[in-house]
Design a protein around this ligand. Sequence first.
Ligand code: HEM
Ligand code: HEM
Length: 192
Amino acid sequence: MTGDPGAPTAIRYGAVAQALHWLIAALAVVIVTLGLAATSAPHNSAARDDLLMLHRSVGLTILALMVVRAAWRRWHPPPPLPATLARIEARLAHSTHIALYILFILMPMAGYLGSAGADHAGRFFGLAAIPRLIPVNPRLAQWAIAAHLLGQYLVYVIVGLHVAGAAYHALLRRDGVFERMLPVPGRARFGG
Ligand code: HEM
Ligand code: HEM
């Protein structure tokens, strides 16, 4: 920090936005691992059923957290990006963030439609039945699961781009953008 009197006062995401970001980032690793483990487990095995049950439960948790996060963002807009970023960089970051919001809401919805449409909504962490909000519809379920399986590659690409961008700012640019998502001030240098 330079103590520049012209620098914006809020330079980092707030505590709630940060907590939700890192919780969902950790759950993203868990959900993909569970999805891949479930689909590689033998068909009709207890292990596959358990892994899918956990996968669905974590996925619905991500959906709920993403909705809370999007609502929170509406009332707590993120701090402006530093002026040192080129317009194209800011646009790229913004588009990636929008894509992540859309993806992490649509992926769980497709997964849910695939499971519920096939009458396999399952139980939330084994504790309570997940309500089936749609009529059984095997055709819709097939389309939804196909979209879900394809969507995973979008997740890999967009999250990969996002993490590469974060690493670029943290290690090469060292412009404080990475620290915006950390609870410590770090080496942010704004306004110049
Ligand atoms: C952000 C959330 C989610 C992500 C990133 C995700 C990702 C994945 C991945 C990577 C797989 C393995 C695909 C493969 O082996 O090729 C998978 C499979 C699956 N997911 Fe998800 N998933 C999410 C949420 C959900 C939710 C909420 C449900 C259901 C309520 C669900 C239901 C399923 C099912 C049923 C399969 C197995 C499909 C099959 O039998 O081939 N997913 N998911
Ligand atoms: C190790 C993995 C990750 C790192 C290092 C990371 C890092 C960051 C950083 C530094 C920012 C702030 C960027 C800025 O100031 O403009 C950010 C924002 C963001 N990240 Fe990540 N992230 C990771 C994983 C994820 C994942 C898995 C998601 C999936 C949902 C995600 C979604 C977002 C979104 C949506 C924003 C924009 C927040 C907003 O403006 O509301 N991140 N991330």
